[in-house]
Design a protein around this ligand. Structure first.
Ligand SMILES: Cc1cc2nc3c(=O)[nH]c(=O)nc-3n(C[C@H](O)[C@H](O)[C@H](O)COP(=O)(O)OP(=O)(O)OC[C@H]3O[C@@H](n4cnc5c(N)ncnc54)[C@H](O)[C@@H]3O)c2cc1C
Length: 415
């Protein structure tokens, strides 16, 4: 079967890989001149089922209200007249009661755990090097009460298979010696023992190389403008003025998925959550953290990619702009100075903003909507790097008419 995969982020590329392994003739269309230049290149690098909580939770409405009142919260809304944001926001609020938060978290956790296993197999089979660090991730706390609450909150994840333990400040420093000078600033951490980290952009490039060997073609620098349909089938994709036809289509356009889906009458409840990301070179004399982590006070996350230290933070609901200013990185600089003052060359950072494709509840959208040959694999939000390989395998299974390895309820295309 011929399959046109729309979008060359980590989701589109991983889906192309599993489809090609099934023997399909696959082409990927990507607007940028290189793969994985959007969310997939700016993320924090954590492969972390241990952080798969849904953002829509009983605590979220208060945080959003504080942000509207001007507080510098980790998740914030920029007040603007934007009907799309209002519609998405109402759906988000409906997902905030605790029963919905638990249900969404468990859907995400199941996919994250499955995906981590699929990725391990893939990486071993294809011998992919992507700066992987597998010895756990630290969720750091600076306040005893917050640590206690954090550990209690993550009992849901432990009950469903995540291995975690609490470390006090000394144990944190023993585990992560780069924290030595910050010993008095932290009270401890929840250690996600099986969580890991790695460079998503590098992984995507490497995987694209394996895809090419399987016959996948990549059309780079080529934008999809709209889809064409007849009754319940998509009959083509208008790609830079040309109609490209295939037997099947997969939509993985990140935050642009809703705009293209709308051209064939499919609504996708997704909105961008902007994040700020900076990559610092690591010099020989530096003392970088060797494991990934999150400072739970500021929600700044980091990963060590070998020669570079990635730090990212913030979720801002502010439309589709990828603009940024120096002040958007102040919490990253503050955290770096407080916890890892000698970790990297902080004067030589590469700065950027990128957009997470967020659904209101958090789980992605994987499956068919109105058209029986248009498969959605999009909306992976804040854990999309972790979910990518599992989600791609599921998409290939669905397309082949096979049973999926895990229950995919909660990821359906909304009616
Ligand atoms: C700051 C930040 C930190 C994050 N940290 C983590 C983390 O630590 N762990 C984790 O698991 N996840 C993390 N994520 C989430 C993760 O990065 C995303 O969920 C994931 O990268 C989404 O991948 P994607 O392929 O769906 O989207 P994208 O990477 O955005 O890819 C979509 C692709 O579609 C292309 N495209 C769009 N429109 C068109 C068009 N019309 N025609 C052709 N091509 C088009 C784009 O150019 C892009 O390449 C983070 C995200 C951000 C922003």
């Amino acid at each position: 079967m011929t399959v046109l995969v729309l979008g060359g982020g980590v989701l589109g590329t991983a889906t192309a890989y599993f489809l090609a392994r099934d023997g399909h003739e696959v082409e990927v269309v990507e607007r940028q001149r290189a793969l994985a230049q959007d969310a997939s290149s700016g993320n924090a690098g954590l492969i972390a089922p241990g952080h798969s909580f849904s953002w829509a939770s009983p605590a979220a409405p208060r945080m959003l209200l504080r942000s509207l009142a001007g507080a510098a919260t980790a998740i914030r809304v920029k007040p603007r007249i934007d009907p799309e944001l209002v519609r998405w926001g109402i759906r988000f609020l409906r997902e905030c009661p605790s029963d919905r938060a638990v249900a969404n978290t468990l859907v995400k956790l199941r996919l994250c755990q499955y995906s981590q296993g699929v990725m391990e197999e893939l990486v071993a089979k294809e011998e992919i090097d992507y700066g992987h660090v597998s010895a756990g991730v630290l969720y750091l706390y600076r306040d005893e009460r917050e640590l206690e609450l954090g550990y209690k909150k993550s009992s849901l994840l432990r009950e469903h298979g995540q291995e975690q333990e609490v470390l006090d400040a000394d144990a944190c420093v023993e585990y992560e010696p780069a924290l030595e000078s910050a010993r008095d600033r932290i009270v401890g951490a929840v250690l996600g023992k099986t969580d890991s980290s790695g460079d998503c952009e590098r992984f995507t490039y490497e995987l694209a190389g394996r895809c090419r060997k399987l016959g996948v073609r990549f059309r780079l620098g080529t934008a999809v403008h709209r889809l064409v349909h007849s009754e319940d089938r998509v009959t083509g994709a208008v790609v830079d003025g040309e109609l490209v036809e295939a037997d099947h289509y997969v939509l993985s356009l990140g935050v642009d998925s809703p705009a293209v889906a709308r051209t064939v009458g499919q609504r996708l409840p997704m909105y961008p959550a902007k994040g700020y990301s900076v990559t610092f070179p690591i010099r020989e004399k530096d003392r970088p953290p060797s494991h990934g982590g999150v400072d739970e006070a500021t929600l700044v996350a980091w990963s060590n990619f070998g020669d570079r230290l990635r730090m990212s933070s913030t979720a801002e609901f502010a439309g589709y702009s990828r603009s940024w200013g120096e002040s958007d990185f102040s919490n990253i600089h503050k955290m770096a100075a407080e916890l890892f003052p000698a970790a990297a060359d902080y004067g030589a950072g590469e700065y950027r903003a990128c957009l997470r494709p967020m659904t209101p509840g958090g789980p992605p959208i994987v499956g068919y909507g109105r058209h029986r040959n248009l498969l959605y694999n999009t909306g992976h939000g804040h854990m999309g790097w972790t979910m990518a390989c599992g989600s791609a395998k599921i998409a290939a299974d669905i397309l082949a008419g096979r049973d999926t390895d895990i229950d995919v309820r909660g990821m359906e295309v909304p009616a």
